[in-house]
Write a protein that binds this ligand. Structure first.
Ligand SMILES: Cc1ncc(COP(=O)(O)O)c(C=O)c1O
Length: 423
């Protein structure tokens, strides 16, 4: 036994050893593995443990006094935080370049809580029209009920956004890149607006992730993510995150203590595990998506491809200026009617059909029949959700296999014989 251990005890030595490890590396690949993980790990395990507990006990009245006087911050009750959650939050802070982070039990929890904290009756919020459908629904169907005025502005009409700003405008909420056409909001334009606007600017950066884009560096106040997607990355949990200054995130934390939308310790652990391979996955998914987009663009059974990495995308130049990669989602129009598109879907074997994105498995979504099935055809077409539109979220498979699968399935578009659907 070393002298230090004899004198100070195992716990103290382990703590010092970890705390002296100041170098987390400069690369996002290294930081995704190591950031946030300093500190003692039970039994010297290399991984962060799952603190599967609802509460944290005090060892006497002195400890209670130290805690309640604010001298000794510590955990108290599961709804107010958990050590596994802290590790995941610190890791995300480092990746996003944020001072603070707060996790939620879903992306929608992060979005709705973040907005609610900063508005009250009589306030006004501007939201761009190309955001995730449920975010828009929350603002139009629910916020309005509580006396909040909502303006839906055209996503890329910065003049319209600017002229919608009023004295009581507290929040401008936008998203980039957007779903399903991968439109990219110009962060330089938002930065320009930022100077004229006293309220908060919030960006949903789910599709980009901090690997490809860091909105806080462009003067955005808060970034939200559906961590369900690329951050966790394995299609096995739901989670959300908000990141920004300590002051703003603390206000949201106070709210969460009341509403209780916390992420479970197990999900926090899975998020930490997912984040360790985050940079590797993103690099691969960026590259795969570019290859698949190039391939689809040349395919005669594809009418049009939407990917910010293609020169043909209307926001290619903006994406090049503010993103380090173009993401893992490619949208395209199949050349055919709904019947023909269904033939294509039914012929897919390797690529799963369903909603969501950002996981290890490639997933193809057909928005018209999956996400927008409750809308009329007219409503869908007004939103650009045509029968031909498919959204492919690349997983971590070899892109050659995905390309072969797409080619085979696209050839079925004009086939007379029907391939049996996988039901
Ligand atoms: C851009 C975006 N934001 C937020 C959400 C909501 O996230 P969650 O499903 O984790 O609640 C989604 C879900 O698809 C999304 O695509």
């Amino acid at each position: 036994m070393s002298e230090a251990i004899k004198k100070e005890g195992i716990k103290a030595v382990a703590m010092k050893k970890n705390l002296s490890k100041t170098s987390r590396g400069t690369s996002i690949f290294t930081r995704a593995v190591h950031s946030g993980e300093e500190g003692v790990k039970y039994g010297d395990a290399i991984t962060t443990p799952i603190s599967q507990t609802s509460t944290f006990v005090f060892h006497g009245s002195e400890e209670i006094k130290a805690y309640t006087s604010g001298k000794h911050p510590r955990y108290e009750y599961g709804r107010y935080g958990n050590p596994t959650q802290t590790v995941a939050e610190k890791k995300l802070c480092d990746l996003e370049g944020a001072e603070d982070c707060l996790l939620f039990d879903s992306g929608m929890s992060a979005v709705t809580s973040t907005i609610q904290v900063f508005i009250k009756q009589g306030d006004h919020i501007i939201i761009t029209d190309d955001v995730y459908g449920q975010t828009l629904r929350f603002c139009t169907n629910y916020l309005k009920r509580f006396g909040i005025e909502v303006t839906i502005a055209k996503t890329f009409d910065y003049k319209q956004i600017e002229s919608a700003i009023r004295k009581n405008t507290k929040v401008i909420f936008s998203e980039s890149p957007t779903n399903p056409y991968l439109n990219v909001i110009d962060l330089a334009q938002m930065q320009r607006l930022r100077r004229k606007f006293k309220g908060l600017m919030i960006i949903d950066s789910t599709f980009a992730t901090p690997f490809n884009q860091r909105p806080l560096e462009w003067g955005i106040d808060l970034v939200v993510h559906s961590a369900t997607k690329y951050l966790a990355g394995h299609n096995d949990l739901l989670a959300g995150a908000v990141l920004g200054s300590r002051e703003l995130v603390d206000r949201i934390r106070e709210y969460q203590r009341t509403v209780g939308s916390i992420l479970s310790p197990l999900s926090c652990y899975l998020l930490i595990r997912g984040l360790k391979t985050f940079a590797l996955r993103m690099q691969h998914q960026n590259q795969s998506a570019q290859r698949v987009a190039d391939f689809l663009q040349r395919h005669k059974k594809v009418k049009r491809v939407f990917y910010p990495g293609l020169a043909s995308h209307p926001h290619h130049e903006i994406a090049k200026a503010q993103m380090t990669g173009f993401g893992g989602v490619v949208s395209f129009w199949v050349n055919g009617d709904l019947k023909q598109v269904n033939r294509f879907l039914d012929a897919l074997e390797l690529i799963a059909v369903g909603p969501t994105l950002g996981g290890t498995e490639s997933l193809l979504s057909h928005p018209a029949t999956i996400t927008y099935y409750r809308n009329t055809r007219k409503q869908r077409y007004q939103l650009g959700i045509t029968d031909q539109l498919c959204r492919l979220a690349l997983g971590v498979e070899d892109p050659d296999d995905i390309i072969a699968e797409l080619d085979r399935a696209l050839r079925r578009v004009d086939a007379r014989t029907v391939v049996k659907a996988r039901v």
